[in-house]
Structures are given as C-alpha cells and as structure tokens.
Design a protein around this ligand. Structure first.
Ligand code: PEP
Ligand code: MN
Length: 348
C-alpha cells in the first residue's frame, strides 16, 4: 500500500504517516520523488486499516498496489530507478550501457586481452564468470576466487567495472568484495536464499530471467532483493526455453517494453544467451536497444574457438567493435546515446 502525500505536505506530516505505519506494526518507506512524495507500507497482510492513514493531515490518496510484486512495480514508484556505479556510470538513465567480456574468466592473459579489446571498442563494464553454474557437472566450473582476483586486475588495468556471478548464498560476500555488480544467473533466479543474501550485501545486482520464468516471476524474484533493502537492481532478459531448437533460447524482445511498463527497474538485454549463435547477437543487440533496453551484455572472447564456455555465441573482438558502432547509432536515433567508458586509471 502507498500513502501519497499532497504536494505541499510538510516533513512533519510525512513523519506522522511513517510513525503511524510503524505503530500499526508495519515498515514504512518514505519515497520523495520528482512527481510526488509517497510513503510505502511494507508487509501489508490485508489487515491494514487504510482509513486511519487516509485521515492524517497532508495525505492526498491511498493506493492499493494491485500487482503481486509491490516495491518493484511502477505503481509503487513512477520514476525510473537509476543504478549509480563508481566513477559516475549509471544504468537506467538516458545513456545505454554496454557490458562485455568472455563467458568465463580462463587465465590472466585471456581476461586482460578481452578487457583491453572490449574497452577499446567502447564497453564500460567487463563481464566474466569466476563461478560458473554449468548444465553439466563435467564442464569447466570456473577459476573461483582466482578468477575474481583476475577480474580485479583487469579493472585496475582498464578502468572497466566488473559484473560477475555469485552462485550460492555463502559465496555472495566473497563476490561482493571484488564485483561492482553481482550477477544472479538464470538457473538461480528463484533461489530464495541467494536472493535474500544478495538483498543485504550492499552492491547492485543484475538479475537474469530464469530459463522458463514468466515476467511476473522475474519481478517477484526482484522483489526479494528490494524487500531486503537492496534497491539497486538491474533486470536482464536472456531468452527463455522454447520448442524450437534452431536457437539456444527464444530471445523475448517483448519483455523489454513490458518490463518498462510494469516496473521502474532498469532492464538490460543479453542476446548472447538469448540466441546462442554468434551471427544473431548483433541483430538482436540492435533490436534490444531499439526496443528500449537500458544496456546490453555481450559475450566477447579474444579467441572464441578456444573458449572454455559459450564459444559458439561469443563475438570476435572486431565483430564487437562493429556492434558497438551500430548500436550507438540506434541509441542516438532514439535520443539516448551510449555511455562512454570511464577514463583509464592513472599510473604513477
Ligand atoms: C552467463 O552470463 O554466462 C550465464 C551463465 O548466463 P545465464 O545465467 O543467463 O545462463
Ligand atoms: Mn555464458
């Protein structure tokens, strides 16, 4: 439930609403916004006496959020969430952000080479898994903490911020020590203990849509993160399981405008996992930006034929450079532009 304040409500009147919600035994989330100031009531079990809140001075309206997800919904917060990252980079603002890098961190040489190449092409963040949730237990599972150290080294060398996955609740704190954004992968979208831990870790989270998850399920998973107090959540469309095996997944472009409509959270697109095929990544990246994605996440490998995971969907660096140029033009055509990489670190 949302208590919407009149535009001339005083801070004392807002505080009185907060105090009343707490007296009723719920938590209050004051939300000053560009369009309105509201106070969210969290944990409504259906027994809240809204008349008591409606009667308080300065209250304009009571809104009952109709969606099963609450804090994630547009009803709760009409203004878009902008996730602010170190160095002034932002996801969910005007500029479209490009995240790129290999599926997995494989060696120092590989990740540094990949980082330099994606940075030179214009990416702002480096992706790379150190903990890999592979379909087969016999496939490469990642370098673990060593992989995280190599990502931190690549950040030092290139200034790229780091996106990397945490696969279990106990691993979240370790990943958070190195990552700028913690990825929660498709296979873990509904891992409630992982979501709860990531909701308390104090770092932004990139939450990928599950292999067969509805949009509503994705938003409910995001609600776990917000309910724990983490509001820096970025959603990711990465394709869903379909009946046609000609692509790895069905890349759901409609999810982008749909999520924009239902939620204030930023949404990025992953056409690499969405299609599973190198030749389809660029057309779908272009389409995703045209559809309103706040960012794209692209697998790029210095030598895709030697990749330890997802080589067949990884772009060659020169293909990625062309992708950036094309998506930049599309972003500009819709009044957005691409975010520039942060300046190179200064060496003494
Ligand atoms: C990945 O980003 O490499 C990955 C494993 O993605 P997903 O969880 O979407 O399969
Ligand atoms: Mn991958």
């Amino acid at each position: 439930m949302l208590v919407v304040m009149r535009h001339d409500a005083s801070p004392a009147e807002v505080q009185r609403v907060v105090d009343t919600i707490e007296e009723l035994g719920y938590s209050a989330r004051p939300m000053p916004g560009a369009q309105r100031t509201a106070v969210g009531l969290v944990g409504n079990d259906g027994r809240v006496d809204s008349a008591r809140l409606a009667a308080l001075p300065g209250v304009r309206d009571i809104i009952h959020v109709t969606q099963p997800y609450k804090q994630v919904s547009r009803e709760w917060r009409p203004d878009p969430t902008v996730v602010r990252l170190p160095g002034g980079l932002a996801i969910g603002d005007t500029e479209v952000v490009v995240i790129a890098g290999p599926c997995s961190v494989e060696s120092e040489e590989q990740i540094l080479d990949a980082a330099r190449k994606v940075r030179d092409a214009g990416a702002s963040l480096l992706r790379g898994g150190a903990f890999k949730p592979r379909t087969s237990p016999y496939s490469f599972q990642g370098l673990g903490e060593e992989g995280l150290r190599l990502l931190a080294l690549a950040r030092e060398e290139t200034g790229l911020l780091i996106v990397t996955e945490a696969v279990d609740p106990d691993g979240v704190d370790l990943v958070a020590e190195y990552a700028d954004i913690i990825q929660i992968g498709a296979r873990n979208m509904q891992n409630a203990s992982l979501l709860k831990r990531a909701g308390r870790v104090g770092k932004p989270v990139l939450l990928k849509r599950g292999l067969a998850a509805t949009i509503s399920e994705l938003l409910l998973s995001a609600e776990y993160l917000l309910a724990e107090g983490n509001h820096d959540v970025i959603l990711c469309e990465r394709g869903i399981r379909g009946f046609d095996s000609s692509t790895r997944n069905v890349f759901d472009l409609t999810a982008i405008p749909m999520i924009k409509d239902l939620s204030h959270l930023p949404i990025v697109a992953d056409p690499s996992h969405g299609t599973g095929r190198r030749g389809m990544v660029t057309p779908m990246a272009r389409a995703a930006v045209a559809a309103g994605a706040d960012g794209i996440i692209i697998e790029v490998h210095p030598q895709p034929d030697r990749a330890l995971s997802d080589g067949e969907q990884s772009l060659y660096p020169e293909q990625f450079a062309a992708l950036i140029n094309e998506t930049r033009m599309i972003a500009e055509a819709i009044g957005r532009g691409l975010a520039a990489p942060l300046p190179l670190p200064v060496r003494s």
